[in-house]
Design a protein around this ligand. Sequence first.
Ligand SMILES: NC(=O)c1ccc[n+]([C@@H]2O[C@H](COP(=O)([O-])OP(=O)(O)OC[C@H]3O[C@@H](n4cnc5c(N)ncnc54)[C@H](O)[C@@H]3O)[C@@H](O)[C@H]2O)c1
Length: 443
Amino acid sequence: MNRREFIASAAVAGAGLLVLPSGVRGGEAAPSNKLNIALIGVWGRGLAHYRSLADENVVALCDVNEKRFPDALAKFPGAKTYVDWRKCLDQKGLDAVVCCTADHTHAFVSNWALNRNLHVYQEKPLAITCEEARVVRANWMKKKAKLATQVGMQRHAIPNFNRVREMVRDGAIGDLTAAYAWGDRQIRRPGYLPAEGQPPADFHYDLWLGPSPEHPYNPGYFSGGAGANCLQWNMYWDFGAGQIGDMGSHTMDLLWNAVDATLPTTAEAKGEAFNPDVTPVTCESHFDHPANDWRGPIRVSWYQGGAMPASPKPYVDLKKIGHGAMFKGSKGHVVCDFDSRILLPFGSEADLTYYKPRTKDKVLPDIGHFQKQWLDACRNPSLKTACDFEYSGNMIEQLLLGLVAYRVGKKLNYDGATGKVTNCPEANEFLSRKYRAGWTING
Ligand SMILES: NC(=O)c1ccc[n+]([C@@H]2O[C@H](COP(=O)([O-])OP(=O)(O)OC[C@H]3O[C@@H](n4cnc5c(N)ncnc54)[C@H](O)[C@@H]3O)[C@@H](O)[C@H]2O)c1
């Protein structure tokens, strides 16, 4: 039995012991049961993972900024350091990777890690093009029996996510017909920053650019505080997916968790004038989804940067909810944010007799600590994670298709089986992007 198999068998044997009285799975890993983890992107969002990784063996640290190593090494002494994640992933004996790099490298790191049979926790968004989402999802689907994945949409662990799901699923609003999510963050950038100065000697700017086209160095891309520096680069097409990769990932997750959708059959979008450098601030996109086994067809909508769905009643001011979602059914609406919800029945039939709230023993269980959920699944991949690469891949592919529809300004028919737009050939070129020479997503 090799070390990986031993960890898995120890986890299964001890599965009962890993359930804490509070229902939170996890707890401290036994020494023999620790995972060997590479943390890629050690500062910023990486810092948020230090606590949940403290019980594991963090054996590799990777960052393009060497200045970040001393603090990370103080926390994880003995780890090897790397500036190039491709070399880091080849370290012998790794079990798992936590990736907190810039968005334009996410699908790459995830895919390379899966190719090396490593479990992956990928900070959101999983990808910045539809094709990237498809490649990574398909790769994981082949290996899902033995590898655990999670995309960093940690708000998913807030119990309100499941309370919203239960209301929609159990018929509080009758038959679901439409769902809307919105986010009002507005970060306006005129265009890529002009050349300014030289990268510091210990900052590997060329590796930061990675697969994306060359853009001159400007310290402005790196001027944000810890965990918020992503706002300095994520609005640019070559480095991110704008609002969609930012708060859109969290907010669409609130909706996605309640509708059991996969890929849309259509996408249409409108927004502010197209800027070849910068993703739109104000934009709305709409998607048709086929029926599933518990509901009819639905329309899913995403609004950003000030665009908003209409409120069901003038006294409900949706604009007071910065990042929220709304579900429309034949008998009412549910309006929610991340941690609260309201039910608004409508029509003379809406007497709620058709709605049977769950008894206490039937409510969906809390998922507990979001990062721990993934760590537990790394030890025992038969455990499900809430935001695996299938769930999250479908979600982000849908949102990214909306950006394609925005770029071409046409309603698109989408074939989810092949990942092709069938009625607008020019749209297909925006489903993927060109990588710099020397970079492949499938290494
Ligand atoms: N889940 C959340 O709530 C949440 C919150 C903030 C950020 N994020 C996500 O985390 C990621 C990082 O955001 P941030 O604000 O920390 O950004 P950041 O620019 O501060 O980068 C984080 C760290 O990664 C390093 N890095 C960047 N590219 C790298 C590469 N190719 N190889 C190795 N190291 C690299 C940086 O030097 C830095 O130390 C983003 O994708 C963002 O969407 C998620």
